[in-house]
Design a binder for this molecule. Structure first.
Ligand code: F6P
Length: 555
């Protein structure tokens, strides 16, 4: 079945940019591009109360975006012309929407409630998910309560997750986000990079007798992860003096169960993964085992309920009131009509320190594509570069450019009504900064204001902030497992919305393969003695020679 048949759409071989809805947006952009946010707020004093939406515990203020009511109508027309509602239904049904890999992208099944019926290849997907959650819960409780112990009988107090990409960024981001709720007599660390420093620093102050490694790899073929897993095994066996120790100090999460067993991990400690879960969409699957060990099964379930609440909203809310749809359409609006090349995510919560890195993979690996589903080169921009930092740290480094630089950078601000660690005035100060930044970006500081304040004339141009810099603000009461789940699902579905508009496959990642293959070819050229004949370009050949010389102390 082709995508067009799946979604019941028209001819998707025609570029979305040549369609009526897109062309209408080009005309509309010309009309409103010079309108300022100050003018828009002056025209409609209730704009800040009107342009907002709520779902799953989140309040979204999108009034400080460079849009009018007509923009929203035209953007939702674009979404309709791309069959967004049909595509959402297709994803939730388990249709083969990842066409280049010929599989479903069914991460929403990871949080579907018991009794939901989703059948794939004759199997009850939701029942399998809940069986896996029960196994994870049993294992996690066993370790947390010290029913399951190390080889020499010591409780397992250290957990080291070994994985990379989606097998690392999600678990690490979520662990840090929910650290407040974690079992505090346990330590959690994450080793991803194949740089030995990562492994050595993560283990240097630990006893193997108290350490559990979770090797996370969907494929169980990723070179970095396997190398780190081998190092972990050698470290563990070296300290404990017994190969048999591997059975009690290792678990694995993988869709390649035979690969994990072959590595030496006991079968009952291999937690499976389905091919319909993409790595960057997997933090709520068994890939989140380290998180469940940290916060326990009940709070993991709370997190799933947050995902679920946002899923239900995404499925059912009308497009103009749908948070992920609104955020996705705004991303398209800035990337394609204003030419914004980057997008900043600015969480005002220390626990969300890894959220920007997590969203980089989610967004850029999903939508950093240059051809349509049909393989035709796009004639419009796709995913912007995502970056960010927790507030207020960013304010003292790159916000200067946000306010006065020459590029337009739309921002997402994320904040909470209550901090998790009340301390003096900290939280009000933090949130005063968040709110003030959205105001300063939108309305700036005019020359007239500066002159009225008595600023020296020569400094006026330097101190002037042009404003009109768009932002959206997400607020929730507290950072809880539930709100984290809803927040991640919000971004997952915003990314999906963007991918549908751009008519790209958001669930493959072919672009990363060539680098992996070349590294496999380069490694023997670094290791073998004598140096083999090199057949790369002159730069690559010289770099290989220089590296060998530096390594061998020959320069
Ligand atoms: O190289 C990119 C990638 O395939 C990501 O999509 C994935 O999250 C990561 O590598 C890790 O893959 P695996 O979980 O199979 O080790």
């Amino acid at each position: 079945m082709t995508l067009t048949q799946v979604a019941g759409l028209g001819d998707m071989r025609r570029s979305v940019a040549s369609g009526r809805a897109w062309q209408a947006l080009i005309g509309h952009h010309r009309k409103i591009a010079d309108l300022s946010l100050s003018e828009l707020f002056d025209e409609d004093p209730k704009r800040g109360e009107r342009l907002c939406a709520e779902a799953a515990g989140f309040y979204l203020d999108y009034s400080k975006n460079r849009i009018t009511d007509e923009t929203l109508t035209l953007l939702t027309d674009l979404a309709r012309s791309q069959g967004l509602s049909e595509r959402i239904a297709a994803m939730f049904r388990g249709d083969t929407i990842n066409t280049t890999e010929n599989r479903a992208a069914l991460h929403v099944a990871l949080r579907a409630p018991v009794g939901t019926h989703i059948e794939l290849d004759g199997r009850d997907v939701v029942a399998e998910v809940h069986d896996m959650l029960a196994r994870m819960a049993d294992f996690s409780e066993g370790v947390r309560t010290a029913r399951l112990r190390g080889h020499a009988g010591a409780p397992l107090r250290n957990v080291i997750n070994i994985g990379i990409g989606g097998s690392d960024l999600g678990p690490e981001m979520a662990y840090e986000a929910l650290r407040h709720y974690s079992q505090r007599d346990m330590r959690f660390r994450f080793v991803s990079n194949v740089d030995a420093t990562a492994f050595v620093e993560a283990t240097r102050d630990l006893q193997a007798s108290e350490t559990l490694f979770i090797v996370c790899s969907k494929t169980f073929k990723t070179q970095e992860t396997l190398e780190n897993a081998q190092a972990a095994r050698a470290w563990c066996v070296g300290q404990l003096g017994d190969e048999a120790a591997v059975a009690s100090h290792f678990a694995a999460v993988s869709s390649n169960v035979p690969g994990a067993i072959e590595f030496g991990i006991a079968q009952d400690r291999v937690f499976g993964l389905w091919d319909w879960v993409g790595g960057r969409y997997s933090m709520d699957s068994a890939i989140g085992l380290s998180l469940m060990l940290a916060i326990g099964p009940a709070q993991f379930e709370e997190m799933l309920s947050g995902f679920r609440a946002m899923d239900e909203h995404f499925q059912n809310a009308p497009l103009p009131a749908n948070l992920p749809v609104l955020m996705g359409l705004l991303a398209v609006w800035y990337a394609d009509f204003f030419g914004a090349q980057t997008h900043a995510v600015l969480p005002y919560d220390q626990y969300l320190v890894h959220l920007p890195a997590y969203l980089q993979q989610l967004t850029m690996e999903s939508n950093g594509k240059r051809v349509t589903q049909e393989g035709l080169e796009v004639d419009y921009a796709t995913a912007p570069i995502i970056w960010g930092e927790v507030g207020t740290n960013g304010q003292h480094s790159f916000y200067q450019l946000l306010h006065q630089g020459t590029t337009l950078i739309p921002c997402d601000f994320i904040g909470f009504g209550q901090g998790l660690n009340p301390l003096g005035r900290h939280h009000d100060i933090l949130m005063a900064n968040l709110i003030a930044q959205t105001e300063a970006l939108a309305f700036g500081k005019t020359e007239a204001e500066l002159r009225a304040e008595g600023s020296p004339a020569a400094l006026v141009p330097h101190r002037c902030l042009p404003g009109n810099r768009p932002s959206s603000t997400l607020l929730a009461q507290r950072l809880t497992p539930h709100t984290l789940g809803a927040l991640v699902a919000l971004y997952e579905h915003s990314v999906f919305t963007q991918g549908v508009i751009w008519n790209i496959d958001s669930f493959d990642q072919w672009g990363v393969e060539t680098g992996k293959v070349l590294a496999q070819r380069t490694l023997p050229e670094l290791e073998s003695k004598p140096m083999p004949e090199l057949h790369h370009d002159s730069s690559t050949n010289t770099l290989i020679r220089r590296y060998r010389a530096l390594r061998d102390g020959a320069v």
